[in-house]
Every structure is written in C-alpha cells, then in structure tokens.
Ligand binder design. Structure first.
Ligand code: ADP
Ligand code: MG
Length: 280
C-alpha cells in the first residue's frame, strides 16, 4: 500500500471545478451557477464578488456540503466534499447565529465539544484564546442579547476559528452593520488574519469590501453566476480605501461585472497582467 503523502504547501486547499448548481422546485429549475472553477490556496483571503442573485451563497452552501452539485466537483484537502464537516465553518450575515441561552464562552466552546474535537478543559482554553484574539475576553460570561451586532459577529468568528477549520467561510458577514462598524470589522478581520493566517473564503457584493478584505478576487457575472475574471488584490489594504489606484480598480471591476463581455475584456486588458478574464 502506498504511503499517504501530506499535501504540498503550495497545493490548493480548496478546488472547485466546473461547478453547476441548480435548485429544482416542482415548477421549474433555477440555475444558480454555471461552470464555476477556482482554487483557494493556504492563507488566501479569497473573495467571491458579484451582484445579488449570482450564486455566491449557493457556492458557499455547496462548499459547506449542504447543497449537492448537478455537475462539477469540490475537493477540500484533496478529498471530495460530499457532506457538511467541522473542517468548514461558516459565519453568516445574521446576528442570531448564537444560541441565546449560552454565554459567549459557552457559544465558542460548543462546536469543540459537540464535534468531540476537544474535552471541556481544552475547549475552555481554546475558546478563551480566540475570544482574546477578537477582543472579547471581558464579555466571556455575557449573553448574546447584551452584545452589539459587531460583537456578535466577533463571537461567531472566534467560534469558527477555535475549530481550526481548513477554510473559514464568510457569507456577507458585515453587510448588516452600519458603515463605521463595518469598516472596523474589516480592519479587525485583517489584523486577525495577520496573526492567525487562516484560509478565508469571503463572499460580498461590495466592490470596496472585496478590495479591502481580499488577496484574490473572483468576479462572478449576474445570474446565473459564471466566472468573469480573477484578480490579485493583495496590494490594497484598509488605508488605500478611496485612493486613486483603488478607485480606478473599483471602476474596472464594475465594468467587468456589469458591461457586455467585449467591453469587460477591454477593461481587463487595460490592467494586464493582474486581471485574467475568463470566458465571455
Ligand atoms: P447570492 O448569494 O449571490 O445573492 P444565491 O446563491 O442566494 O445568490 O442565489 C442564486 C440564485 O438561486 C438566485 O436566482 C436565487 O433566487 C436562487 N435560489 C437561491 N436559493 C434558492 C432556493 N432555495 N430555491 C430556489 N431558488 C433559489
Ligand atoms: Mg447571498
């Protein structure tokens, strides 16, 4: 029997290939994504960017193992994704992701205990560690209803990271926050990533947010989602927001997302080699 080799450091953690997703109701079939392919590498901050309805949440659901594909494949660490697992944790937009009868600490400990990944003592230690990382040590014994929206999102992030997932999935996690809190959360997420270097797959329909949060961005066309282009965005950080290079790239992304394919191709050509337009 061949020895199992550990995956190379530069191998993708997550590979999505020619993924077609559909919803079938008794009346009709809704195509959510068409032939979507992308690779996420370790410590990428990979962003799926596209207008509402282009299939971003469907992609996350499929990667989470909750939505079977019509065709195509998803592999995580080389293994096919067929069902949900603790190696993929999701943070949602909604503020009610935390059971209200558990304290903040208990909320963060819960998946560790429920999955059998840690015993009580270790779960408590890990939960404490990640609560400190998101600046909520002082609120360990508080109940979720006493926290602000931003604080609840930080608990959800700590809860997910404590599980050390292969990839952290975030579905528009800051979309329901006010603009200032949202900016603050983006900043904190980047600081947390600097420290922990987790692999992030982040969904947003905000071009600005994609540029600030992402190191790589996949642009998806309106419904059904197809890959329009892929670009590197690690050169933009929170401090570049509003600068001229930032604005220029935002405009180009806007063209790529919404213009006819030929015009989009021209927009991409203007910023070669950082953009790679896919399909048409
Ligand atoms: P996004 O997250 O980019 O806004 P979604 O993945 O939620 O997009 O939806 C993609 C498409 O699939 C949309 O046209 C949406 O209406 C449709 N859709 C999403 N969920 C369902 C469902 N449960 N049943 C039928 N259609 C759905
Ligand atoms: Mg969505």
């Amino acid at each position: 029997m061949a020895l199992q080799q550990s995956p190379a450091a530069d191998a993708p953690v997550l590979q999505v290939s020619a993924l077609n997703l559909e919803y079938r109701t008794h009346r009709r079939v809704v195509r959510a994504t068409h032939d979507v392919s992308f690779d996420v590498f370790p410590a990428d901050r990979f962003v799926l960017l596209g207008p509402s309805g282009c299939g971003k949440s469907s992609l996350l659901k499929a990667i989470g193992g909750f939505l079977p594909s019509v065709s195509g494949s998803i592999t995580l660490g080389g293994a096919a994704v067929t069902q949900p697992g603790p190696d993929r944790l999701m943070v949602f937009q909604e503020f009610d992701q935390l059971p209200p009868w558990k304290t903040v600490l208990e909320n963060v400990m819960f998946p560790l205990l429920a999955s059998g990944k840690a015993g009580r003592a270790e779960a408590r230690e890990r939960a404490g560690y990640f609560l400190a990382k998101v600046g909520l040590s002082a609120f360990a014994d508080a109940y979720p209803h006493t926290l602000s929206g931003g604080m609840k999102q930080r608990v959800a992030i700590a809860r997910a990271l404590a599980m050390e997932p292969k990839v952290l999935l975030m579905d528009e996690p800051f979309a329901a926050l006010d603009a200032l809190t949202r900016r603050k959360m983006q900043e904190e997420l980047l600081a947390l990533w600097e420290e922990v270097r987790f692999t992030l797959l982040f969904v947003t329909h905000s071009i600005e947010e994609a540029l600030v949060v992402g190191s790589r961005i996949l642009l998806l066309s309106p419904h059904p989602g197809r890959v329009r282009a892929e670009l590197n965005s690690h050169q933009f950080g929170i401090d570049d927001f509003g600068g001229s290079a930032f604005q220029q790239t935002s405009r180009r992304i806007h063209h790529l997302l919404f213009d006819e394919p030929e015009t989009a191709r021209d927009a991409a050509a203007a910023v070669k080699p950082r953009f790679r337009v896919v399909g048409g």
